[in-house]
Design a protein around this ligand. Structure first.
Ligand code: NAP
Ligand code: 8YV
Length: 323
């Protein structure tokens, strides 16, 4: 590397990102993505951002020499990548290295939701097995279900492969039909919801999927329906979901993501047929370390004049800019 670059870390980021950035670059750390925390001279020194927080257009524009934003996470709905691309700023994310972990979690969440294992364990720990006898039989089972996957991308496909091995028929909805799978494709989310009783949501967040899972979709899923959400909370109309769970218009839901994290509506917490996780689908040390390494390796590659390892689609056409 011919030049020592300065990387900005706004807000909290995985400790391995910070350790490796500090080893490889000059580093500036601020509490939040608020450009007013830096003076003009400091802003001019920044050539890269490593972050897991919202990066809007105004923040991108505050750094005249910015070359790359390396997002910690495959989902980058919090980064204005389209605007960054217009400024010639590369945006990278962390695909693939987390797909199997997230798919494992999704299957675990589905089974926990249907077979109530977290509640059964709480029952044992509370001494109720001794005092009251066997945990009640679950009304729901995975057996005989038909799975619909909303978003058959890297993670969706990893989920499908697992559930195929469970002997379950797989349907999916994406905007573009995949030629490399023989699962049943539906050209609309409502068509998918009508055809299945188990809907797994793993599309990216953003305007195109905002509240796509609404009351109509939940009603199409039906009273035996199970909703599993591991993409982004913004894709689910949470008020509609709470009403559908309360009225038993669907049977149960398992959620790893929420509209306003870390705040989860009390109404959801109070529902016995909701199984809730605090956004942990990728949260093992090994997977998060792999994500952290990809963040830093993208910075190193791009700022060294090499292609980015994992550019987001909006930035793939960017010309290589010499560092
Ligand atoms: P990906 O490979 O880009 O897959 C996204 C899939 O969604 C594609 O099949 C895409 O197909 C489909 N899609 C996108 N927009 C759509 C729309 N408007 N309507 C219908 N289908 C649409 O992404 P991935 O790596 O699988 O990750 C998916 C998402 O999972 C991430 O963006 C992130 O938000 C979330 N995630 C969550 C966790 C967690 O901790 N809970 C962890 C990792 C990822 P088409 O383009 O053909 O429509
Ligand atoms: C991370 C995720 O927990 O990769 C994603 O899109 O949602 C998760 O793997 C999150 O990005 C951490 O900021």
């Amino acid at each position: 590397m011919t030049q020592r670059h300065t990387i900005l870390i706004p807000g909290r980021v995985h400790s391995r990102v910070r350790t490796r950035v500090e080893a490889e670059f000059d580093t500036v750390v601020i509490d939040a993505a608020d450009a007013s925390l830096l003076d003009t001279e400091a802003r001019a020194r920044i050539s890269g951002i490593a972050s897991a927080t919202t990066i809007n257009a105004g923040f991108v524009d505050a750094f005249p020499n910015l070359k790359i934003i390396a997002n910690f996470g495959v989902g980058y709905d919090i980064v204005d990548a389209r605007h960054a691309a217009t400024r010639g700023v590369m945006v990278t994310n962390t695909p693939d290295v987390l797909s199997d972990e997230v798919a494992d979690t999704t299957v675990g969440l589905l089974i926990n939701t249907v077979r109530e294992f977290p509640k059964a364990e709480a029952y044992l720990r509370a001494g109720r097995w001794v005092s009251e006898g066997a945990y009640p039989l679950t009304t729901l089972t995975l057996r005989g279900r038909t799975v619909g996957i909303f978003g058959l991308g890297r993670i969706g496909l990893a989920i499908a492969r697992r559930l195929e091995a469970f002997g379950l028929p797989i349907h999916y909805h994406t905007r573009n039909r995949r030629e490399d799978v023989d699962y049943t494709w539906h050209d609309s989310l409502s068509g998918l919801a009508k055809a299945v009783d188990t809907l797994i949501v793993v599309v990216p967040g953003g305007a195109a999927t905002e509240k796509a899972v609404n009351a109509g979709i939940l009603d199409a899923l039906g009273s035996n329906g199970v909703l599993i959400s591991v993409g982004r909370g913004s894709t689910i109309d949470e008020d509609a979901l709470i009403a559908a769970l309360k009225d038993r218009r669907i049977a149960a839901a398992g959620l790893d993501v929420f509209a306003n994290e870390p705040n989860v509506p009390q109404a959801l917490i109070d529902l016995p047929n909701a199984c809730l996780l605090p956004h942990v689908a990728s949260a093992s040390m090994s997977t998060r370390n792999a994500m952290a390494d990809l963040v830093v390796d993208n910075l190193l590659a791009w700022l060294d004049g090499r292609p980015a390892l994992t550019p987001v689609p909006e930035c793939r056409a960017l010309d290589r800019k010499p560092a």
